[in-house]
Design a protein around this ligand. Structure first.
Ligand SMILES: O=P(O)(O)O[C@H]1O[C@H](CO)[C@@H](O)[C@H]1O
Ligand SMILES: O=c1cc[nH]c(=O)[nH]1
Length: 206
């Protein structure tokens, strides 16, 4: 994100920040695991908010200005969040992109970006997780009608840095597994092609 912003908004010869800033649009197309039982494998999930378990945005000044602090507070209380973990941050997607990408073909929700695929998403092989009930608490969480729908690993950082830098971002993921139903989609490439076409069509119409 910083590199892409630098290409647009820093004069690389003089190393000065340009007076007039260019606003970029970022749309992440990814894969994700569902955290709600009614979210089918191979459905398209549009992330209205990104919730970071990675702590990235906490390193930046003014991060509160772009964050949904009420939702963060409700979530940390609901999960009895361990203070030794990084504080979760929540950043909304750009409304302009959400309205272009939202349709009957998408479901909307809050997406958690985890800093790892195993423990940070509640998966256990030989190692047990610190709070084995965390995924159940996440699926049960509701704030002002909003629910957490899925796990992946990049959305929240893209939303957070875009918002701080004045860019627009959205994420649409193909659901490739439903953790609650124990469903795993197998070869998802044809469905990913469908999603890429859907996003390109939605962004270029009108
Ligand atoms: O969405 P893509 O880029 O497929 O990446 C997803 O798959 C990786 C985990 O296997 C994570 O990076 C997650 O976000
Ligand atoms: O469950 C999943 C699926 C894809 N990517 C993730 O990070 N988690």
């Amino acid at each position: 994100m910083n590199e892409l912003d630098a290409l647009a908004n820093i004069d690389l010869k003089t190393r000065e920040i340009k007076a007039e800033k260019k606003q970029l649009n970022f749309v992440r197309i990814g894969t994700s695991g569902a955290l709600q039982e009614d979210l089918p494998v191979h459905s398209f999930l549009l992330s209205e908010k990104g919730m970071g378990f990675d702590g990235l945005l906490n390193f930046y000044a003014n991060r509160a200005a772009v964050s949904d602090l009420q939702l963060e507070d409700a979530f940390t209380k609901h999960t009895d969040w361990d203070s030794k973990l990084t504080a979760p941050y929540v950043v909304p997607a750009a409304e302009e992109l959400i309205s272009k990408l939202k349709s009957d073909a998408t479901r909307q929700g809050i997406t958690i970006s985890a800093p790892g695929f195993y423990g940070p998403q509640g998966r256990m092989l030989r190692l047990k997780t610190a709070d084995p009930a965390l995924n159940d608490k996440i699926s049960a969480f509701e704030f002002e009608g909003q629910k957490i729908t899925n796990y992946e690993m990049e959305c929240s950082a893209i939303y957070g840095l875009s918002a701080l830098l004045g860019h627009h971002a959205a994420t649409v993921c193909l659901i490739i597994a439903n953790r609650l139903r124990g469903e795993f989609g197998g070869d998802y490439k044809p469905h990913m092609k469908r999603l890429v076409k859907y996003v390109l069509d939605a962004l270029t119409k009108n």
